[in-house]
Design a protein around this ligand. Structure first.
Ligand code: DCP
Ligand code: MG
Length: 402
């Protein structure tokens, strides 16, 4: 791993809402909220003179149980953010414009901005619909002036995204690693560009709340707070041996390293996924026996979600993995390999259930995860299944290779 990397994290600004504003430019500058189903698009009427009139729905007229997917920065000024219930949002910003989600359109713009970035910076890691990591070291070099070149490159990337999408803005963090870049891209949102080096960690990273680190969830944050650790700086100053004792070796060491801004993870260009997984951290730690039914339901739903992901992305897999984290943060995993690739929820549930029998279930569980690996394309899997499972005969009656 080269010591002096230049890593960028690029995240689109108010992504879904910004894509909607491209289609309805008359809404620019207004509080706009996206979410809550499909049937509240604008009513369009063609007037006598041939012009088109759009009547947008207001948030105050919303009734239902939907949540906000995203909101423009004008709506965020009222406290409306992703995942807030729409009725609550309506109480905060009754006059905000309400728009339905159109995932196909967001995916289209996602492809557009990534293609534009790839032209300039081919070492790209796709992190989902609106964010990417880039390793820019090949372009900037490793000398002390690399941060000036990084800033220039950042400006070029932002301009390329804007051009390719017809006007979308993004925010970029440029630092020596992924962990710091992810934090830094938020500093100057929207339309931000921030360079941060290791020297800036005490002044700019340490004052942030510990939970801002990607990988410190609400539970871990609460546990940290209970021992007086609120900021990343508090975490950095805390005795690492004590962290290991409280959180287990691997998570404890990771917490310590992260607070000091250390992160060696490479930027991984992966066009094909190695595995597809889903995991969930429970609202409260669940007991394998007392909460057996609840756990069973969650387990089944996880398998269904993984099956959905496989179907949507066109894969099947032969290895089923189970991940379980106990209330003391220890994590165990188990794998099972199947003779043929599967993609349906029932088969995944059965194999994952077998894995579950191989882990100790003597204390409360905080997280459950299901993974399908050894992936192949769905059509290959179907061909394999049609050819029939390999029989003992197929496996052992092969003539010995000369
Ligand atoms: N999203 C969602 N549900 C959430 C959070 C986000 O459906 N709880 C969707 C809508 C966002 C997109 O994912 O537009 C990207 O998520 P971000 O967290 O990057 O949020 P935004 O891009 O909307 O805003 P920001 O400018 O803060 O990045
Ligand atoms: Mg975003």
């Amino acid at each position: 791993m080269p010591a002096d990397r230049v890593i960028a994290h690029l995240d689109m600004d108010a992504f879904y809402a910004s894509v909607e504003l491209l289609r309805y430019p008359e809404l620019r500058g207004l509080p706009v909220v996206v979410g809550g189903g499909r049937d509240h698009g604008p009513r369009e009427t063609v007037l006598a003179d041939g012009t088109l009139r759009r009547e947008f729905q207001r948030l105050r007229n919303y009734a239902g149980r939907g949540v906000v997917t995203t909101a423009t920065y004008e709506a965020r000024a009222f406290g409306v953010n992703s995942a807030l219930g729409m009725m609550k949002a309506a109480a905060l910003a009754p006059d905000a414009i309400l728009l339905p989600t159109d995932f196909e359109q967001y995916r289209r713009y996602s492809r557009l901005f990534k293609a534009a970035v790839r032209e300039i910076a081919p070492t790209l890691e796709d992190r989902g619909i609106d964010e990417i990591y880039l390793d820019l070291t090949a372009q900037t070099g490793t000398g002390p002036e690399r941060w000036d070149r990084a800033r220039e490159l950042g400006l070029r990337l932002k301009a390329a995204v804007r051009d390719a999408t017809g006007g979308l803005s993004c925010s970029v963090g440029l630092t020596p690693n992924k962990l710091l870049s992810k934090l830094t891209s938020e500093f100057d949102k929207p339309d931000g560009l921030t360079v941060l080096t290791l020297d800036d960690i005490p002044a700019r990273i340490w004052p942030l709340p510990a939970r801002r680190i990607n990988g410190i969830g609400p539970k871990a944050a609460a546990k940290l707070e209970a021992i007086g650790i609120a900021s990343i700086g508090d975490l950095a100053r805390h005795d690492v041996a004590d962290l290991v004792e409280r959180f287990g070796r691997s998570y404890g060491l990771w917490l310590h390293a992260s607070a000091h801004g250390r992160d060696e993870r490479p930027v991984v260009m992966e066009s094909e996924p190695k595995s597809i997984s889903r995991e969930t951290t429970f609202e409260r730690d669940l007991h394998p026996r007392a909460d057996r039914e609840l756990l069973g339901g969650i387990f089944t739903r996880l398998c269904e979600r993984v099956a959905d992901d496989l179907l949507r992305q066109g894969y099947a897999g032969r290895t089923i993995g189970l991940k379980l984290r106990y209330d003391d943060f220890r994590t165990v995993t188990r794998d099972a390999s199947l003779p043929l690739p599967v993609s349906d929820a029932k088969a995944i549930r059965r194999a994952a259930g077998e894995c579950l029998k191989r882990v100790p279930l003597d204390r409360r569980i905080r997280l459950l995860g299901v993974r399908v690996g050894a992936l192949c394309r769905a059509d290959e899997a179907a061909a394999l299944r049609n050819a029939g499972a390999p029989t003992t005969r197929d496996l052992f009656d092969e003539p010995a290779a000369g």
